[in-house]
Structures are given as structure tokens and as C-alpha cells.
Design a protein around this ligand. Structure first.
Ligand code: PEP
Ligand code: MG
Length: 889
């Protein structure tokens, strides 16, 4: 037969699924011999049965009665006994903590008779009537559905009448009067009377807690926290103890260590002469826990001893709720406490030092998400004020600067030392110099994988994108916020990329010591404990991980930084980033060339520039693999904007002037190359097959750079990667050309050039035909940005701001598939490609270089999927190292 009720002496911490977090931990404390007021737990299974059928499962009340009788026997009095009532609390407690989302009812067992008994045995009429008043109020609101504001109004009215400010100044007879008012209120509102029967109070309170699982608040919270809707809550029925019995009583909350810093030492708040609810509600000011030592040294010492016991037992930071009733300490709750990212690292290291946990357990207790938070400078949260706008928190961190509206202005102002925030409707590769010059990028359009977001993250630059309520007027050099505030160029704003918010003025910053450590090595003063703890977690992760971690980097500076951050090579060097700025002209000439000779000239001019880029990167990554991707994006991205050109020409014509001949020629080319869906158009491997000489030039530049490094005594390890392949024949054609050029370069230089040729897997067709593609590919690298885009049919540049929030709200997915890999769909394609690729070529090296390579959850997936490495932006390298280690535990 199913059992629905467990005494606290019967459960334990491993029963959280059945007894809820609170119930299982109360049982655990009871087993440890700590002073827990006795009680019992109705299981989540009872709740589920009740919610499914709308009635209590058979046998439930029989069990409750038996447990209640035992409780009464041990207390030597019965529930609601008129001369000395046993009183009970009824509290919710789900498997996962849902603070304040469900119901609690205290002082069950009081009625018109037992309140007098309580007054007598407690020696305090005021206390007895205040307890009764609380019960009628909580019961009326929670169980009987009376709007709680009615009770509050009645209380305020009475205080006004009596001319007092504080509840505590109401007398016993005031409170007795209030109880009558409350009871009348209930009758008026519901047509029903407040039940005088203690048994009925208990039963109805329990059912109300069950029902509160499906309350609106609780449901919303679960959706946000990704807690399943079908778990149900347990209900804890426990003997009441009172912290509001005078100066020798009180309630408090405490942590075994500081949850903000992780440092040793008790930490908490205490409120004399109060119930626990008063502490949480913040009605009166608490005192620091240390003050308890002065007020009641014996209880303080006992509390310390219990907390030590709990921490050693749970082998983790615990938080605690306790009550002192006339000098007797009672433990009312404990659980493994929530903590900041900093505290998580410090605590893990210290608990390992104390021998309480192993180094692997310490690693399991920290997270890449936490590390990322520690790597960015932050705003002083107390100083932010009201936000000007909110958008997608695309690249975390905090930055302050003056607003500018184009790349040139950003570069210009930054050159003279001004800190700037680049504000655009959206960014294009053209904005790169401005993005580099800026402290932060703010856009009114686009989501987490928009250009602005990807590039900013790659640079470790703060970015808020898709701030839709902003109207950006580049020509007028101002933006306007939702409430009509106009922000002109040159105004100082603060951008919080972690929260996705923009604030007026300069909010003070707090520096990241972790970044200073990663950049410069140990030796920084201040926050030494945190830095040391992070270093230890990373070192453990490096010892245990199987996945290698590479970086996505396009410049020697980024490559060098990635290496300092622990990258074991470059998994993606995007060569298009090398074609910007001054060089755009050369690309333009290449695209516009009327004859082969003209094109060859443009390519010949580009060659030495590319060679220099590659040599610099290979030098920074000497001895480690550098995967260079052949040109990927649509060529028209290198040409001027079509509308701008047309307007320029039309304006000249309207003035009766001859339009600029170059403009006319350009417009012709831009029109010729225009595509409705450029992301599905002439890009990737298709470029290599269509634009004569492009592959040849790029491969020659790579070959010559490798040669240069070899001759300089280096150990270059270039790998050549072909993007957006969908069919083995595409790769075969390009690879033949690559090998021809390498052989030619090798012959000319008299050196052996050994550059593996591989491909990106970023189209469903590539994944589905990976077995064939592996015939030509020496390695695969999953381009999960495009693979997600093409699998879901979501445009990576557009969708997020448009409808992702609706999808998130409606639970279609809980995180954007561009952020965390969609295991079910995209992940399945990855699995197929890994299996079929390796079936063809068992030693096929496989990595990932999409944004997911630095996402904690996705790193775990890639570990399980059997990849050899993940590649991500330099600033995410430490995060990926940590998570790759955690995945291997
Ligand atoms: C990808 O598509 O995942 C990828 C890494 O390539 P890009 O982002 O440059 O298209
Ligand atoms: Mg791609």
C-alpha cells in the first residue's frame, strides 16, 4: 500500500523527491539529533494524487491522524487543547526551493477557547491574541480565499484609531477586537465562518497548501526556473515554537559561511521577540547574528555547534532558519545555501582544503556560467538608477562611454582617448573598426547571434542588442527612448551587458580580478582568495578533461590572448575579418574586375596582406593547430549599401549633376550581386567555386605564411577549412585546388607543406551525408550557428528580437537554440555526422566552432557526442576549459 505520511524521524536528505527539500532536510536534522520541533511530512505523491483527482487519496487522513496522535502523545497535550493547546504549523516544501511561491499557515489549533488557555500557560495575553489574529488572517486569505488587503486595511484602521504606528503597540484587547473584525470579514466575504475545529483547520490548511502548487505565482516561477509542473509539493506539519514570547525569544536566519564571498565565519540576521516570518518580511530591522552572542550566549554557542555539525554533514555551505523560545534553540530549516559565483569558487577550494570534499567534487560545485560572471567588470549595483532602455544581454560586462552613432566617429574619438559606446540600429562588418574602438555596442535590432553580438562577444566587448524601444536616428545623431528621452551624441551612458540594460551617466565600475590574473598570471593583490580558487578549479579541469579547447580568433593579438587564456590552438580563423578597412577597396576591385587580368591584379595585391595576417597568427599560436577558414560571407557584404548608392546617384541627378561614374559602376555591380536571401546565397564553398582565383590566392597566402614560419624556425600547424559544404563534390573540387596550390607553393619554396584540409558541417545535408564528405575531409568542424539556422529555418540575424521572447514565454524552448545547442534536433544531426564521418575515416578529427563551443550546457553535449575539441571566442576559453572538465567527471 502507498504510504503518504512520514514522521521526521523516518525520512532523510536523499528523499527530497518524496518529502520535498524542507521535509527531507528536517528529517535529516532530526536524525542528526539536532533540536527540531517534532512533526511529519505529507508526501508529494499525496499532493499529486489530490491534484489529479480533486479529492484526498484514500487513507491519507487515517495516516495523518495516527501521526498527529503520536505527536500529541509526545507533547503531552492535544491539538487545540483548551487549557494548553498544542499548535501546529503547516508549510509547503517542494523538491526544488520555490521561495515564497506557495502557502504557509501558522498557529493551527487556536480557537475562541484555546486562545484563553494559551494566554494562561504562556503568561501573555497579548502573545495569545496576536497568534490567534495571525491564524485567522492567514487562514482567511490562504484557505478561504479572502483578499489579504482586507485584513491589512482592518489592521491599519485599528492602528489609526488607537493612534499607534507599530503592530507591537496594539494591546491584547485591541488584538482580540481585531480577531472579531477578521472573523466578521471572513463571514461577510465568504458566507462561511472561520472554523473553530482544530482538526478541520488542519485538514483545510493541508489541502490549501497542496492547491497552492498550481497557484499563478508558483506556475510562473516554475516556468522561469525550468522546474517541472508535475512534481507537486510536500506539506510539513510541525509543532509550533514561538520566537515572539519576549526578550528571551527571537528568530533568525544564518549561513555557515558568507554566501556573498564564501569566506569562513557565521553570517546571518537575528530579530529578538519575533517569528521567522517577521525576519523574512523585513518588518523590523534585524541585528547581525554576532549580536545574539551578547543577548543569549548559550543559544549562540549551541547554534554555532549545530551549524558546524550541519556543514560537516552536508559538506557544503548550509543556510538555516532558527527560533529561540524562552532560551531554548530550535532548528526550523536547513538546506544547501545559494551563493554568488565568487562564493562558489572560494567555498569549493576551501572545503577541498579542509578535506571535506575531493578536488573533483570541488570542480563539480563551480560552473562556467559563474566563471564568466567573474571575468567581466561589473557595475556597482547600488548606483545604477533607472534604465534608459533594456535589450538582449548579448555580451556580459559593464562599460561606460559617450554615445556615438557611426564607426568613423567611434574611431575618431577613441583615438584621442575618449571612451565611446557605439549605438547602431544594427551593425555590419563595416562597423568593425568602430566596434573595436568602442567600450560597448548598443543596437536596437538583432538578437544574441546578430553580428553585433557575435563580434562583441568574440572581442570580450560589452553588448546590448535588440533594445527595440530605442529609436536610433543616425543622421540626427541621437536616439530616443520609450518615454521620449532624447540622448544626443556625446552623452555619457553606462551599458550593462550582463543585465541587458543601459543607464544614463557614468555608473561606477568594479574591476575583475580574474581577468587580471588570466592576463598577467598570479600576483595581483586583492581578491586573492577568489583568483586562487578560480585558478585551482581551472587546473583541475585541465587535468580531467578529454575535450581540447581552442579559440576563434582572427588577429595575432586575439590569438595571443587566447593562448594566455589556455587555448590549445585556433579552431576558427574567419578570413573575412581580414578584408575590411583599407582592404575593402581591393576586394571591391576583385569583385568588380571586368577582365581576368584586373581580377588577378586585385588578388595579387591582397596576397601579401593575407600572408602577413596568417604569419602573425601562426607565430602567436606556434606549435599549435590553426584552422584557417576560406572566405565565407556573401561578397556583397564587401560592397557599399545599395540604397545609399542609389540615393547618392538620384540626388546628383536631381541636382542636374552628372552622378559619380564609380558610383554608377558600383551600383551596377551591387545590383548584379543582390540576393533576396544572401545567407542562403553565394557564400561559403560556393564562392570558392564561382570566383576565379579566390581559393588560389588564399591558399597561396597560407602556404607562403607557413613557409615563412618554417624558415624562421617555427612550428606552424595550419589547417585549411572549407565552409558551408553541402555535398562531397563541392569539397572535392575545392580540395583539389587547395592541394594543387599547396604542392606548387611547396615546390617553389623547397619545403614540405603539410596542411590538412577539412570542412565545416553547417548544413543539414552535410550532416546527413557526412559519411561521403569524410572521404574528402581530414577533419570536421561543426558550424552550429549556421547549422541551427538551417535546421530550424530561423534567420540567425533576425529572429530573436522578433518572436523568440514569445517562444520562450510559451515554452516552445527554454533557451534560445542559438545560445544552447538544441540537442533533440541539431544535436541529432551532430550525432549522425560524428558516427558516419568516423565510419568512413576512423581518425577523423572533429570539433565545433559555432557559438555553442563556449556555452556550458553545449560543451557537456559535445563531450558526450565524442568531439575532440570545442572552439570559442578567447574570453570564453576559460569557461569552456572548466566545463569540459566538469563534463568529464
Ligand atoms: C557557424 O556557422 O557556426 C560558424 C562558426 O560560422 P559563422 O558564424 O562564421 O557563419
Ligand atoms: Mg557559418
Amino acid at each position: 500500500m502507498v504510504r503518504y505520511v512520514y514522521d521526521f524521524t523516518e525520512g532523510g536528505r536523499d528523499m527530497a523527491g518524496l518529502l520535498g527539500g524542507k521535509g527531507s532536510n528536517l528529517a535529516e536534522m532530526t536524525r542528526l539529533g539536532l533540536p527540531v520541533p517534532p512533526g511529519f511530512t505529507l508526501t508529494t505523491e499525496a499532493c499529486r494524487a489530490f491534484l489529479a483527482t480533486g479529492s484526498e487519496p484514500a487513507g491519507l487522513w487515517g495516516e495523518v491522524s495516527a501521526h498527529l496522535s503520536a505527536l500529541e502523545a509526545s507533547a503531552g497535550r492535544v491539538l487545540g487543547q483548551p487549557d494548553d493547546p498544542l499548535l501546529l504549523s503547516v508549510r509547503s516544501g517542494a523538491k526544488f526551493s520555490m521561495p515564497g511561491m506557495m502557502e504557509t499557515i501558522l498557529d493551527i489549533g487556536l480557537n475562541d477557547g484555546s486562545v484563553l488557555g494559551l494566554a494562561k500557560v504562556s503568561g501573555s495575553e497579548r502573545f495569545a491574541w496576536d497568534s490567534y489574529r495571525r491564524l485567522v488572517q492567514m487562514f482567511g486569505a490562504t484557505v478561504m480565499g479572502v483578499d489579504s488587503s482586507h485584513f491589512e486595511q482592518a489592521l491599519t484602521l485599528l492602528k489609526d484609531l488607537r493612534g499607534v504606528e507599530e503592530d507591537t503597540h496594539l494591546t491584547a484587547s485591541d488584538l482580540a477586537e481585531l480577531v472579531e473584525t477578521y472573523k466578521n470579514l471572513i463571514h461577510l466575504e465568504t458566507g462561511d465562518r472561520f472554523p473553530q475545529s482544530p482538526a478541520e483547520q488542519l485538514r483545510r490548511a493541508v489541502l490549501a497548501v497542496f492547491e497552492s502548487w498550481n497557484g499563478e505565482r508558483a506556475r510562473l516561477y516554475r516556468r522561469r526556473e525550468h522546474i517541472a509542473d508535475d512534481l507537486g509539493t510536500a506539506v510539513n506539519v510541525q509543532r509550533m515554537v514561538f520566537g515572539n514570547l519576549g526578550a528571551d525569544s527571537g528568530s533568525g536566519v544564518a549561513f555557515t559561511r558568507d554566501p556573498a564571498t564564501g569566506r569562513r565565519g557565521l553570517y546571518g540576521d537575528y530579530l529578538p521577540d519575533a517569528q521567522g516570518e517577521d525576519v523574512v518580511a523585513g518588518i523590523r530591522n534585524t541585528v547581525p547574528l554576532a549580536e545574539l552572542r551578547r543577548l543569549d550566549a548559550a543559544s549562540y554557542d549551541r547554534l554555532r555547534a549545530h551549524m558546524r555539525t550541519l556543514e560537516r554533514h552536508y559538506r557544503d555551505l548550509c543556510d538555516i532558519e532558527f527560533t529561540i523560545e524562552r532560551g531554548t534553540l530550535w532548528m526550523l530549516q536547513t538546506r544547501v545555501g545559494k551563493r554568488t559565483a565568487e562564493a562558489a569558487f572560494v567555498l569549493a577550494a576551501e572545503l577541498a582544503d579542509e578535506g571535506l570534499i575531493t578536488p573533483d567534487e570541488a570542480l563539480a560545485r563551480v560552473s562556467g556560467e559563474g566563471l564568466a560572471r567573474l571575468m567581466f567588470p561589473r557595475f556597482d549595483a547600488s548606483a545604477t538608477g533607472t534604465a534608459l532602455a533594456r535589450g538582449v544581454p548579448a555580451s556580459p560586462g559593464a562599460a561606460v562611454g559617450t554615445v556615438v552613432f557611426d564607426s568613423a566617429q567611434a574611431v575618431h574619438r577613441a583615438a584621442v582617448g575618449e571612451k565611446v559606446v557605439l549605438v547602431r540600429q544594427e551593425t555590419t562588418p563595416d562597423d568593425l573598426p568602430g566596434m573595436i574602438a568602442a567600450q560597448a555596442v548598443l543596437t536596437s535590432r538583432g538578437g544574441k547571434t546578430s553580428h553585433a553580438a557575435v563580434v562583441a562577444r568574440g572581442m570580450g566587448k560589452v553588448c546590448v542588442c535588440g533594445a527595440e524601444e530605442l529609436t536610433v536616428n543616425t543622421d540626427a545623431r541621437r536616439f530616443t527612448t520609450a518615454d521620449g528621452t532624447v540622448v544626443e551624441e556625446g552623452t555619457v551612458v553606462s551599458v550593462d551587458g550582463s543585465a541587458g540594460a543601459v543607464y544614463p551617466g557614468s555608473v561606477p565600475l568594479v574591476d575583475s580580478a580574474v581577468i587580471r590574473y588570466l592576463e598577467d598570471g598570479p600576483g595581483d593583490e586583492g581578491a586573492q582568495g577568489t583568483v586562487d580558487a578560480v585558478a585551482r578549479a581551472l587546473s583541475r579541469a585541465d587535468t580531467v578533461r578529454r575535450l581540447e579547447v581552442r579559440a576563434n580568433a582572427d588577429t595575432p593579438e586575439d590569438a595571443a590572448r587566447a593562448r594566455r587564456f589556455g587555448a590549445q590552438g585556433i579552431g576558427l580563423c574567419r578570413t573575412e575579418h581580414m578584408f575590411l578597412g583599407e582592404r575593402r577597396k581591393l576586394v571591391e576591385q576583385m569583385i568588380l574586375a571586368g577582365t581576368d587580368a584586373e581580377r588577378d591584379r586585385a588578388l595579387a595585391d591582397l596576397l601579401p596582406l593575407q600572408r602577413r595576417d596568417f604569419a602573425g597568427i601562426l607565430e602567436a599560436m606556434d606549435g599549435l593547430p590553426v584552422t584557417i577558414r576560406l572566405l565565407d560571407p556573401p561578397l556583397h557584404e564587401f560592397l557599399p549599401d545599395r540604397t545609399e548608392l542609389a540615393v547618392r546617384i538620384a540626388t546628383a541627378q536631381a541636382r542636374g549633376e552628372e552622378p559619380d561614374a564609380h558610383d554608377v559602376e558600383l551600383l551596377g555591380a551591387v545590383n548584379r550581386m543582390h540576393e533576396e536571401n544572401p545567407m542562403l546565397g553565394l557564400r561559403g564553398v560556393r564562392l570558392g567555386l564561382v570566383v576565379p582565383g579566390l581559393v588560389t590566392m588564399q591558399v597561396r597566402a597560407i602556404g607562403e605564411a607557413v613557409t615563412e614560419r618554417l624558415l624562421a624556425g617555427g612550428a606552424p600547424q595550419a589547417e585549411i577549412m572549407v565552409p558551408l559544404v553541402g555535398d562531397v563534390r563541392e569539397l572535392r573540387l575545392v580540395r583539389a585546388e587547395v592541394q594543387r596550390v599547396l604542392a606548387e607553393t611547396s615546390r617553389a619554396a623547397g619545403v614540405v607543406l603539410d596542411c590538412p584540409v577539412g570542412t565545416m558541417i553547417e548544413l543539414p545535408r552535410a550532416a546527413l551525408t557526412a559519411g561521403r564528405i569524410a572521404e574528402e575531409a581530414e577533419f570536421f568542424s561543426f558550424g552550429t550557428n549556421d547549422l541551427t539556422q538551417t535546421t530550424w529555418g530561423f534567420s540567425r540575424d533576425d529572429v530573436e528580437a522578433e518572436f523568440f521572447s514569445a517562444y520562450l514565454d510559451k515554452g516552445v524552448f527554454s533557451t534560445s537554440p542559438f545560445e544552447t545547442l538544441d540537442r533533440e534536433g541539431v544535436g541529432r544531426l551532430v550525432g549522425i555526422a560524428v558516427a558516419e564521418g568516423r565510419a568512413t575515416r576512423p581518425d577523423l578529427k572533429i570539433g565545433v566552432c559555432g557559438e555553442h563551443g563556449g556555452d556550458p550546457d553545449s560543451v557537456h553535449f559535445f563531450h558526450t557526442a565524442g568531439l575532440d575539441y570545442v572552439s570559442c571566442s578567447p574570453f570564453r576559453v576559460p569557461v569552456a576549459r572548466l566545463e569540459a572538465g566538469r563534463a568529464a567527471l
